[in-house]
Structure formats: C-alpha cells, structure tokens
Ligand binder design. Structure first.
Ligand code: FES
Length: 78
C-alpha cells in the first residue's frame, strides 16, 4: 500500500514541548493524511484496509475524503 499526498510547505517546522501528547511523546504523521501536520491526529486509521501493492489518493488528502486507487506499485517498490 501507498498513497499520494500533496505537500505545499517549502521548509521545516520546529516541534517543541507544546506538541507533546498527554504521554509526553510527540507523534509525527507518516501517512500524510493528518489535518494537524506534522503531528498525527489519528487520520491514519483510514489506511488500515489499504491493500499491498496499490497506490491510493484521498480527496483533498483528507482521511474522510473519497479514496480511489491511482495505480499499482512495481514489485521492486514494495
Ligand atoms: S500517521 Fe498520519 S495521522 Fe497518524
């Protein structure tokens, strides 16, 4: 599984203590669907049933947006 997301930022952001969760850890989004980038907001749950080898695109890069398949990964990319 994989997904395409659109990034518009052109530089880094600084994380600090205010970004820590209740457990004192900072959870960085790696799925690309969080509305609170670069922090995880739980949107990754929408990816749980994505199939291996398939590339997906979520409308507006939103976990609640319509998901569609946009391609397949080559065997050497998996
Ligand atoms: S990893 Fe992206 S929202 Fe959690």
């Amino acid at each position: 599984m994989a997904r395409e997301v659109t990034h518009e930022e052109r530089g880094p952001t600084v994380l600090d203590d205010d970004d820590k969760g209740d457990d004192g850890l900072i959870y960085v989004c790696r799925c690309g669907l969080s509305d609170s980038q670069p922090l995880c907001d739980g949107s990754h749950k929408a990816t749980a049933d994505e199939e291996d080898g398939v590339v997906y695109k979520y409308a507006n890069d939103d976990a609640d947006g319509k998901r569609r398949e946009v391609g397949e990964l080559a065997a050497d990319e998996e």
